[in-house]
Write a protein that binds this ligand. Structure first.
Ligand SMILES: Cc1cc2nc3c(=O)[nH]c(=O)nc-3n(C[C@H](O)[C@H](O)[C@H](O)COP(=O)(O)OP(=O)(O)OC[C@H]3O[C@@H](n4cnc5c(N)ncnc54)[C@H](O)[C@@H]3O)c2cc1C
Length: 175
């Protein structure tokens, strides 16, 4: 799951155009990085922030299966740094991708993300990972996570409940 795929280096601003992604409704590609613009970042605790990035087109989706993740690349101190994140936006959300990131001053990528201003870009690739969890197969799920692992659990919850709250026969507890 943690193995990094071979990426090609593509960071041209042309790639911000939906036509250039060449993939009708799907914004990202697993083996090619595309720059996405930060729309906003919101503090949600002492250390965590939600980052909302715009997809190239408001009609596009990221199309992750539940359990998959994306890669982010930034050029820091003269070298490419790649880190992996589990988006908390729903896989069917149009036009945006949202990340919940635990930001530490001593963390290279998280410090970089925390310093981004709206309109600045970071390179994204995905979906990555072989997981394909269908939360609708289960009537009850108990999800336990700590630290940055909470993001992956929120992704499962979003996949299970969609835009609606859990039904009586489908209870999802997040602790
Ligand atoms: C599949 C997957 C999904 C993930 N999803 C998320 C997610 O949704 N949200 C999330 O927040 N994270 C997630 N992570 C973790 C994320 O990929 C990063 O590892 C995390 O953000 C830290 O990266 P960083 O570059 O900020 O920190 P790094 O620079 O990698 O540092 C990591 C730690 O090492 C310490 N450190 C760094 N340099 C030194 C040094 N020279 N000496 C001593 N200590 C040092 C830092 O203090 C920090 O605590 C995920 C990881 C995986 C594999």
């Amino acid at each position: 799951m943690l193995g990094a795929p071979a990426f090609t280096r593509t960071t041209c601003t042309r790639c911000l155009s939906p036509a250039a992604t060449g993939w009708r409704g799907v914004a990202l590609q697993p083996k090619e990085f595309l720059p996405l613009r930060l729309r906003q970042q919101t503090k949600v605790g002492s250390f965590s922030r939600v980052f909302t990035f715009d997809l190239p087109s408001p009609k596009q989706v990221v199309n992750l299966r539940v359990g998959q993740y994306i890669a982010i690349r930034a050029h820091l101190d003269g070298q490419d740094v790649v880190r992996y994140y589990s988006p908390i936006s729903r896989t069917t959300d149009h036009g945006i991708i949202q990340l919940l990131v635990k930001c530490e001053d001593s963390g290279n990528m998280s410090r970089h993300l925390a310093g981004l201003q709206p309109g600045q870009t970071v390179d994204f690739a995905g979906p990555l990972g072989e997981a394909n969890l269908d939360p609708h197969l289960y009537k009850k799920m108990g999800l336990i996570a700590g630290g940055a692992g909470v993001s992956a659990i929120l992704q499962v919850r979003a996949g299970a409940t969609g835009s609606k709250p859990p039904t009586l026969t489908q209870r999802v507890g997040v602790t």
